[in-house]
Design a protein around this ligand. Structure first.
Ligand code: GRF
Length: 195
């Protein structure tokens, strides 16, 4: 059984979409840990509902990023994690984690990278007046939303779209496609079994 961790900082709708799909399809895999840098975040409640252990920490209570990343690594090893899935984790991954899990960390970003990296990507795209928007799943490197692209999905924006409708459509796309990409990366077939 493949084990992976999800890192999130906020709402956790992607976290929930991933876990729900995994359960519905009975994947030969499990989310063995949620890592969260905001102990009050909604995603922690979601993890509790699914009985998924979480490691919630206050970055401020550590000396520096290397120190809290060492604490994260300890947890990841305890839980036998072989893939790290960032889903709204609002922090750059540092050298310590990259050295330990390089090439095994993926992220989802709500734009067609390399356009609109960083925060408020949907707002950036909306204000730029793009006619095509979308999502990107990519490997994580030391940059902000850089790293090799694994998959992208696009939607067309029409004149009736508002920032809100685009945000909703982007979220829907993420919830559909992130689980599919994760399943492939874990080497599972369409039904979620070992391929
Ligand atoms: C998503 O839009 C994701 O692309 C971005 O952060 C957002 C997280 O949303 N990296 P949620 O917490 O999963 O609802």
């Amino acid at each position: 059984m493949k084990k992976f961790a999800v890192f999130a900082s906020g709402n956790g709708s992607n976290f929930e979409a991933i876990v729900t799909r995994l359960k519905e399809e009975n994947w030969d895999a499990s989310v063995s840990l949620l890592v969260c840098d905001k102990p009050q975040a909604k995603v922690i409640e979601r993890a509790e509902t699914f009985h998924i252990p979480s490691f919630a920490f206050e970055p401020k209570s550590y000396e520096n990023k290397a120190a809290f990343e060492r604490a994260i690594i300890e947890q990841l090893r305890l839980h036998d994690v072989e893939l790290i899935v960032l889903a709204g984790y609002m922090r750059l991954i540092g050298d310590t984690l990259l050295q330990a899990y390089g090439g095994k960390i993926i992220n989802i970003h709500p734009s067609l990278l390399p356009a609109f990296p960083g925060i408020d990507a949907v707002g950036q795209a909306y204000r730029a007046g793009v006619k095509v928007a979308g999502i990107t799943v990519h490997y994580v490197d030391e940059g902000m939303d850089t790293g090799p692209i694994i998959a992208q999905k696009a939607i067309e924006i029409d004149e009736h779209d508002t920032l809100e409708t685009i945000e909703q459509r982007i979220h829907k796309l993420e919830h559909k496609w992130y689980p599919i990409v994760i399943k492939q990366l874990l080497g599972l077939n369409n039904r979620g079994e070992k391929a």
